[in-house]
Design a protein around this ligand. Sequence first.
Ligand code: G16
Length: 517
Amino acid sequence: MDSEALKKYSALHPKPAGLTLQYGTAGFRTKAEQLDHVMFRMGLLAVLRSKAVVSTIGIMVTASHNPEEDNGVKLIDPLGEMLHPSWEEYATQLANAEEHELQQTITEICQKAAVNQQKDASVFIGRDTRPSSEKLSQSVIDGIFVLGGQYHDYGLVTTPQLHYVVCCQNTQGQYGKATLEGYYEKLSKAFTELIKQSSSSGKSQKHLKIDCANGIGALKLSEMEPYLPKEVLIQLYNDGTKEKLNHLCGADFVKVHQKPPRGLDMKPNERCCSFDGDADRIVYYYQDATGLFHLIDGDKIATLISIFLKELLVKVGQSLKMAVVQTAYANGSSTRYLEETLKVPVHCVKTGVKHLHHKAQEFDVGVYFEANGHGTVLFSKAAETKIRHLAKEEKDNEKREAAKVLENMIDLINQTVGDAVSDMLVIEAILALKGLTLQQWDAVYTDLPNRLLKIQVADRRVIDTTDAERRAVTPPGLQEKIDALVKKYKLSRAFVRPSGTEDVVRIYAEADTQVRA
Ligand code: G16
């Protein structure tokens, strides 16, 4: 390490005095103007991580669903997963080190994490469309450069696209080509194969209005459109040319407010969906003939996918273990439906896709979704091998055809992380194959009335939780008060937790009626 160069470059990205940041639910997030030094230092950290695991690491500059003025950074591990939790602490140490402690902190991380500094380092970089993202990604590059790492800047990409190319690179192309063309080709080929087998036809079935949250999703969907079959009619709204990112639109807005986004004219029973700012979340919705808004959130997406996969798994007749992973925000009706009607085991973990992803890896087929629309499906290597073998070799027609559908689902799903584009194509394919309307999908179960709020408090960290964030252990007395309220109402449940991406406390409640919730 050239300590003079480190000093010189670090001085160009000074840490504001007294500022302390924490690696949160999905990396660092705060006002963009406070992040220059964090970006530089995460460039440094990515080089160290790359040397430690001898693989390419990803860095995405984005604050996803947060307001346009915010920014943030997500680090991506070799197989496209979120940064390993053991390194989150190093990230926090490096972000908060004072200027004169920087070199020492790097040395300590190298010792603790057994980083061989002689190894080469390679980092892939991507960014969202925020006005601050380009400059901040330059700061990341400075950090990579000063520690002698190689980098490839993918520029404007969705977060899941960066996860995808990192995984492709580290699996020597086994997962696909590490380019955006490779991503578009792989997904559109699988999607085309799937919908070939659907008998439903007619424009209305394939017509979909997409609210792109004024973010990167619009750009990337436009790039992908030529690859998609002509019958797929998508109409993009909130494409970022007029309004601000995530402002009164996007998946988070629609989920929290349970109302349509601004800028999307919705006619009765039209199929609509919203992406979030970096296109890793999706929710569907429609307005019925009486003008009532119906949200189809991550729980219903997980249910649709589970119903479809379970039918196929039964047809192929293999004993593959399937499970669904949710968080405390999952609507009680979804959990009941999955466990009692569909007979699929459900597991509850802490908020954050890193926790859901980790749990889902325990099963042959692990479906995970947060209620906010962030999720995907994981297939174990053994399950994938079995399915691909059956799709080729199985003599029984019905079994072979079911295996082929599963094989295309494996290729269509972005298994590295939740991906709004991939999830949207998966949902569209399932609806087409099953000949389902949005209304029929929505009717699979009825959501318990619920309310999700966020409030600002002086210090959200005074709240500490346990039991997958379903119970507060501090401050004293809080949980008792929640319990007392919950006891008064039927089918009720409530919890509070500090957000790991915004300076707010989130409050969730559900009960048998909206007023009681
Ligand atoms: C991120 C995480 C999600 C999490 C969300 C909200 O989403 O990736 O897993 O649900 O933040 O987290 P919190 O409630 O802690 O603020 P995104 O889409 O913003 O990256």
